[in-house]
Write a protein that binds this ligand. Sequence first.
Ligand code: PMP
Length: 342
Amino acid sequence: MDPKLFPPENPVFGLLAMIGRTPLLEIRFSVRGAPRRIFAKYESMNLSGSIKDRMALYILGRAYEEGRIREGDEIVEVTSGNTGISFSAVGRALGHPVRIFMPNWLSEERVKILQGFGAEVVPVAKEDGGFLGAIRLAEEWASRNDRTFLPKQFSTDWNVEAHYRGTGPEILDGLRSLGLRPDAFVAGVGTGGTVMGVGRFLKERVEGVKIHPMEPSNSPVLSTGRKGGVHRIQGISDEFVPEIVKLEELDEIVSVADGDAILMAQRLSRFLGLAVGISSGANVCAALKVLEEQDPETIVVTVLPDSNKKYLSTDLFSDEPERSGYLSPHVRPKRVRAFRCP
Ligand code: PMP
């Protein structure tokens, strides 16, 4: 990230060069035979391989600044995915013990990756309340042990700030160096940190820019306010609308079918060598959908949050049927150009 974000005496300073400042990609496609392009940040180049490293590093940096965490304190988080991996990697790099509470029905490889980073993994069964039960257990643990730090990714403003001060400025500077400016940004909502942080930064600086949250069409939590359904775009649309998401600050919600997201992620890998995860496929579908409604020269930006490596046992590596209404069967990825962060 920007080396000026934290001073050299902050313990996170020594890791800033491994997180953020990711390449900005210009990806060209043929969509229903017509040339189209979008821009995307390539986030699997971060330390532990996902966009969540930005949040983990930033939250810890701010917590040190405010004396909320001290050397040797245990980091306690509830997560099923990238956040746990990021806090484990960054936490261990800074010498903290890490304890992760997670639902026990998640994949074996996730548990192994976390344990490989030296984290203590506490499985939580459905009978103990599943995801919400895991949150309760983590809070109980922290209240009984005083040398603990709970990052609380779904409610802390530091999650939004990580993107307001990192991802957002990188996107604007990256496009500026190409003589361009963003017209729209779209991103799937997990905690909402990405869409809220980048969104606020761009809205303050680019008149008329549109900021679109994306959700799975089979789990319309944002557009209905109801509990989410089962879907395959891991990392987004959990069971509730996160506290940091303020829909009134955002533009129209874009929805993407999980099968369409899987097909798009497979195409990005097969045609362009971009080995991305399912939410990246969903974000690209969403960006192309936004573009379809606009002038073809519109500059639409998104993020590719992680790589395909954690999805080896999922449908990302099977034959996914093409269905009517999907966009990806009409899309042929053509070319990618990467630009270093200026
Ligand atoms: N994609 C993946 C793979 C993720 O792990 C996450 C984070 N949960 C997201 C997208 C969404 O990011 P955010 O939490 O900033 O909304």
